[in-house]
Design a protein around this ligand. Structure first.
Ligand code: TRP
Length: 461
């Protein structure tokens, strides 16, 4: 009796962390997916790339590329029971390890500039509560969006992220998602209803919802939509491999991927329903560059448009801004946690570091890398295009090749633990082998061109 008890205790100690419940896993994965990408990045890239055409292409990417790839990452993670670097080595062999390293590099790189934007949300939240956001919101964004004030906010945000990741899977990642995500959904719905009541927002809905057909074929629009789908669904850098590696049960991973993707798409879509009517209602189209020439302020679309919207509403207006940025902050936090968890899990599994050491080291690296983005929006934009579009698409391309051509039988068996339909498993395999790779090669080329364009703009400016 005492013998079995002590062996149980032993296995308890050596066992990897795991989620406390299926809902916890789903909320954490939704928390990773739903982030600044859905609101800040979605609205600025949609604004830059033609509105509705972009939105339509984005939806197609989510359905035909995003969902199968998300399923793939989950399959890899649950099958390997290990974080990306070790998982890829174990499943694909040593030659696949560099892909895991690319994942870690992308994760830290994205975390660096992502935390700058998340830092803005803290600043806006605090200033809105103090009623201190001035009338000239574009000028205000220029003043607080870059410089030392932005660095301080960046540091505060990263410190909080590190603390939560230090607390581990159940008490850190899962608890945060379970508490924050429901609040986020409620705030989002309330704000969308409010935006709908704005007179003159109709032009915004049109820009957002009525595609111009010629733009559907524009390579920049297509590759931006693909890149955005990757970014928003948290694909291409092992975040969902890591999260699924904490799964023990044999649930249907295809269902989980559809659930997470639908939740993510809905949040992005509803955010557009908030942002675009506001932009048009308040006639700030030129200030953010929708009227033609892209400006630095396009990166700040959301941060300029939303506070402008409530001018003249007094304390009620400040309340709306505060709620909006609380929501954005929650969204950013649960996503940043998932980015930091990628290198942290890799260091715990592969280098045997403690969680606290790993979180501190990688958090500080992200802080150092984030400082240039906190000083230059062109730098931030270039990072976003290079890592947030190009690296993620390359990561996704190799993930589909790994499953499609190297470990297909095992991967199908793993998926089959929960998904009983053989037809569905075959369709998944066909997508991964023949449909997704060629699409991603095209998207990667477009994303690379977009990145080079942004880097060129950075070097000139
Ligand atoms: N999906 C998040 C967003 O939309 C960002 C994010 C979190 C992410 N984890 C990721 C992006 C992993 C790419 C890869 O804000």
């Amino acid at each position: 009796m005492s013998l079995t008890m002590s062996t149980n205790a032993q296995t308890q100690v050596t066992k990897r962390s795991s989620w406390a419940s299926r809902t916890g896993f789903i909320l954490a994965a939704v928390g990773s997916a739903v982030g600044l990408g859905n609101m800040w990045r979605f609205s600025y890239v949609a604004a830059e790339r033609g509105g509705a055409a972009f939105v339509l292409l984005y939806l197609l990417f989510v359905a035909f590329v995003g969902i199968p790839l998300m399923t793939s990452e989950m399959v890899v993670g649950r099958m390997a029971q290990e974080s990306p670097v070790g998982a890829l080595k174990r499943l694909g062999g040593p030659s696949w390890m560099p892909l895991g390293v690319l994942f870690v590099v992308s994760a830290v790189g994205i975390l660096s500039y992502y935390s700058v934007v998340a830092g803005w949300t803290i600043r806006y939240m605090v200033d809105a509560m103090r009623g201190a956001i001035p009338v000239d919101t574009a000028g205000y964004f220029t003043a607080v969006g870059t410089g030392w004030q932005a660095v301080v906010a960046l540091g505060a945000f990263l410190a909080l992220t590190m603390l939560i990741v230090c607390r581990g899977v159940q008490r850190g990642l899962e608890l945060t998602a379970v508490l924050l995500m429901p609040v986020l959904f409620i705030l989002l719905a309330a704000l969308a209803i409010w935006a709908w009541t704005l007179p003159g927002g109709g032009a915004g809905y049109l820009y957002y919802l009525k595609p111009q057909l010629e733009q559907l074929l524009d390579p920049f629009v297509i590759s931006s939509a693909g890149g955005q789908a990757f970014f928003s669904l948290s694909l291409g850098m092992g975040a969902l491999i890591t999260y699924a590696s904490y799964l023990r049960s044999s649930e249907n991973l295809a269902v989980e991927a559809v659930t997470v993707s639908l939740a993510d798409f809905s949040v992005a879509f509803v955010s557009g329903l908030i942002v675009f009517p506001i932009i048009f209602h308040f006639g700030i189209v030129d200030a953010i560059g929708l009227g033609g020439g892209l400006t630095d302020n396009t990166v700040g679309t959301l941060f300029i448009a939303v506070p402008a919207a409530v001018q003249g509403l007094g304390a009620f207006g400040d309340l709306i801004i505060a709620l909006f940025f609380v929501m954005l902050f929650f969204a950013g936090l649960t996503s940043a946690i998932s980015m930091l968890e990628v290198p942290v899990a890799a260091a715990i599994d592969s280098l045997k570091w403690s969680r606290a050491k790993a979180a501190t080291v990688f958090g500080l690296v992200a802080l150092a890398l984030g400082i240039p983005s906190a000083f230059s929006l062109s730098f931030l934009n270039a990072m976003n295009k290079l890592i947030g579009d190009f690296f993620l698409v390359v990561g996704g391309l190799f993930t589909s090749l790994l499953i499609g051509y190297r470990i297909l039988p095992q991967a199908k068996a793993e998926l089959g633990r929960g998904l009983s339909s053989a037809v569905a498993r075959d369709a998944w395999a066909v997508l991964l082998r023949y449909v997704i790779p060629p699409i991603l090669i095209v998207v990667a080329i477009g994303a690379l061109m977009g990145a080079l364009q942004a880097i060129g703009a950075l070097l000139q400016g």
